[in-house]
Write a protein that binds this ligand. Structure first.
Ligand code: PLP
Length: 434
């Protein structure tokens, strides 16, 4: 692509000057692979951006979206709708645990998080507890980039340029404790860090916290699997003080942990689940928030008859094309029994990732399900090696998302053992150079 055409597009979360000097563009994708502009075939080690769990360019999804756009391209989302929205909400509700059966649609993970914040506040107001103005999240958390999610964020670079966007957010300590280094699955150490929540209650008052936001496995920061007993303790403290527990499953949702949601895998029932990404296999932008029936009923029933109950929503909430993509995606997951396949593939994948620990450059490996973080020892500038590694991997034919000095591995659920072997081999070759 000509260099002058590269200037106008300002890439998100990117070193734009570097990119424009040495652009790495994908021009095509299929199954487990991308193709670069230069014609190189590149294995996808991160399911795009944790999106494409069923592999790229699924014809079923493309067909469903195409047909939808030729039949009904758009419906106003306020006070009007279309059948696909209800069908998809039903399908999502069939996958969520217990009674998280009401689904609010939006267009991204960030919007799902900000929607969940508003639902939490609206819920407490409807039950005359509007004084619950605090939110709790965690250090190293990633909850998207809208203003609410930025306030919840526990990653300094995602916060520091943007002022104090929202007061009243308290951060629990993260659970990446050194004692759990090189632990496969849930570590034995760190459950006591959940007591930070009790300390916040003691600090601000028993009825001041509206909700706690937790990524069941913190993904974007570099994969932090919760220690055994940690989520249980968070749930207990929430229950004791009437605090809502929100699982942000934008990465974990739809099979990444071997079950529809990490809530299923870890056996913890949150009050709200946020999701996006693999909901449509990445083929259309879409996010969603599933809430327990009691939350929906409390907000809806508190409003007078004929009145709008919740003053929130997007022009593109439940967009027909996104719903068509979602329905087609969930059908693929079901027809191909992909969540069970992911469960079966996980030990092989984790073996391959943990086998890299013999390399001198590897500082830590952690993982659960089909999600793993391979952390390399930092160079003089933290994060620089991670960026360099990503470029080296790309040039060797592997696409991987890195954060700081961590390569975040998240293969599509359709990956074969040979795909996993190839990912591990390319990683090994690149890491051996440090
Ligand atoms: N929440 C979590 C846990 C995420 O991992 C992400 C994105 O990676 C988001 C929210 C934001 O999603 P989006 O980029 O679709 O806005």
């Amino acid at each position: 692509m000509d260099s002058e055409i590269l200037e106008q597009h300002w890439l998100p979360f990117t070193a734009n000057r570097d990119f424009k000097r040495e652009p790495r563009l994908f021009v095509r994708a299929s199954g487990m692979y991308y193709w670069s502009e230069a014609g190189n075939k590149i294995l996808d080690g991160s399911s795009g951006l944790f999106t494409s769990a069923a592999g790229h360019c699924r014809p079923e999804i493309a067909k469903a979206v195409n047909e939808q756009l030729l039949t009904l391209d758009f419906t106003p989302s306020f006070s009007r709708s279309h059948p696909g929205a209800f069908q998809l909400a039903n399908k999502v509700a069939a996958l969520t645990p217990k009674d998280l059966h009401h689904v609010f649609f939006c267009n991204s993970g960030s919007e799902a998080v900000d929607t969940a914040i508003k639902i939490a506040f609206a819920y407490h107001l409807a039950r005359n507890e509007g004084q619950r103005t605090y939110l709790v999240s965690r250090e190293r958390a990633y909850h998207g980039v809208n203003l609410g999610g930025t306030a919840l964020s526990g990653m300094v670079k995602n916060r520091e340029a943007f002022g104090a966007v929202m007061p009243g957010v308290l951060h629990l300590r993260h659970t990446l404790v050194p004692q759990n280094r090189l632990t496969r699955g849930m570590g034995e150490h760190g459950a006591e860090l959940a007591e930070d929540l009790q300390r916040f209650v003691n600090l601000v008052g028993e009825k001041r916290i509206a909700a706690v936001f937790v990524e069941p496995i913190a993904g974007s920061t570099g994969v932090i699997v919760p220690p055994r007993g940690y989520l249980e303790r968070i749930r207990e403290i929430c229950d004791r003080y009437g605090i809502l527990l929100v699982f942000d499953e934008v990465i974990c949702g739809f099979g990444r942990t071997g079950q529809p949601f990490a809530a299923n895998s870890f056996g913890i029932l949150p009050d709200i689940i946020t999701m996006a990404k693999a909901l449509t296999n990445g083929a259309q932008p879409m996010g969603a928030v599933a809430v327990r029936d009691s939350i929906y009923r409390t907000i809806v029933d508190a409003a007078p008859e004929h009145a709008t109950e919740f003053f929130h929503g997007y022009t593109y909430s439940a967009h027909p094309a996104a719903c068509a993509a979602g329905l087609s995606t969930l059908k693929i997951y079901e027809d191909e029994d992909l969540f069970a396949k992911g469960r079966a593939l996980s030990p092989y994948f984790l073996d391959a990732m943990f086998a890299l620990q013999d390399l001198g450059a590897v500082a830590d490996v952690r993982g659960y399900g089909l999600l793993a973080g391979v952390e390399i020892k930092p160079g003089r500038v933290p994060g620089a090696r991670g960026t360099e590694l990503q470029a080296k991997l790309f040039d060797r034919g592997l696409h991987v998302k890195t954060t700081g000095d961590v390569a975040i591995m998240a293969p599509a659920i359709i990956a074969s053992r040979a795909d996993i072997d190839q990912m591990a081999a390319i990683l090994r070759e690149a890491l051996a150079q440090y």
